[in-house]
Write a protein that binds this ligand. Sequence first.
Ligand code: ZN
Length: 437
Amino acid sequence: MSRLRLSQQHTLQILQLIRSSGSISRADVVARTGDSPFLISKVCDELLQGEFITEAGVGESTGGRRPTLLSLRPGFGRLVGVHLGTVNVRIALTDFQGNTIAYIKDLSHAAEGPDVAMNHVIKLINGMAESHGLIPSDINGIGIGISGVLDRSIGTTLYWPKLPRWVNVPVKKILEERYQTLVVLEDTSRTSALAEVWFGGAHAAKHFIFISIGAGTGAALFLNGSLYEGVGGFAGEFGHISVAEKGPLCSCGNRGCLETMVSASSLLRKARHGLSMGLSNTLTKLSHGNPQNITLELLAQAMREGDRFATRLLSEMGAYVGRATVGLVNLLNPELIVIGGGIASAVGELIHPEIERVVRESAMVQSVKQVQIRMSKMEEKDWARGAMLLAAEEALSNSFVKWSESGRAKASAVPFSGLKVRKSNATSVSELTPGTN
Ligand SMILES: [Zn+2]
């Protein structure tokens, strides 16, 4: 930003305000910035002429004429969001606004090691770019969420529970070198939480906790409106709250961590064991007696059909999540808790009542009155869009700078290729302002 003249820096700030608002009237831009209506009108006209923004619909009237709303121009910019999980990878190609241009889900091959998995990610991104007429350097930025433990300052994995080959993998560097563009790395709990904030309506909550339960378990804590990261960035390891003193050994070295009791793999292991013990006629029927056929969806179906074993298994799981959630409610007094991740997608509505019951019964009454607990309605595609958000703010700034330096023709006419890789410390999750789109 320092390469811009002062007035251009100001124009960029207003552009970012429009992005983070989703859509906003000129009067609201005036109110939010304290600038004169004349100046804002001039700046907005410039951004309209540059084709950064568009006039999109009309807002609520406050008495007079209904105001025209400004938003980023749909179709402007190309961002990639990657959600790299233990089993699956989801990749979305979007514009700066987060509108999906293309989406793909495939096996992540994470268990086969970083070389195989990262090459696969690159192959998928290239295929997606190619089928939309883009060359790799057209990509304005890549945000990638990984289900491992990370060193965010340098964009590497520290380790990945259960996947021993992912120690110190320079994921950010690998993608930067390949695409010569901005790359930002985060863990998948936080990128999914971002999706919930931007696309799922959680932006209205100032004290919001996102819990992700899938192959692993994690949480993202938005306190006072911004992400709480902790001194080393490791805050949110919700899965390693101990809920069963003599429970199974966890990847962290402790016993009975929540993750070992509620993860997808532990649930399936218990279901398969139950099947072999002849505990469920419904599961036997649905799986044709083969334990390997048991999936979360099958377990959910068995519960819906009134199977007592499946019901007990899922209720037990809900109770464990509930117990750990009681701690969060008492400690942080949040207004909204959203539970997402693979387990929530598959069996969320079935475990929700038990979570609710345990929290209502056990947490402090004052905090219970104020908290709303719900299951995420985000689709898997949105997880990848959440990762894209990591790069959105800085990528838009880069495009603006390039446009300013190129003599300010239309932004859409400025070729995207050749963007310099800049240090990405300007965009951390905590600085992203929730929007309404
Ligand atoms: Zn643990």
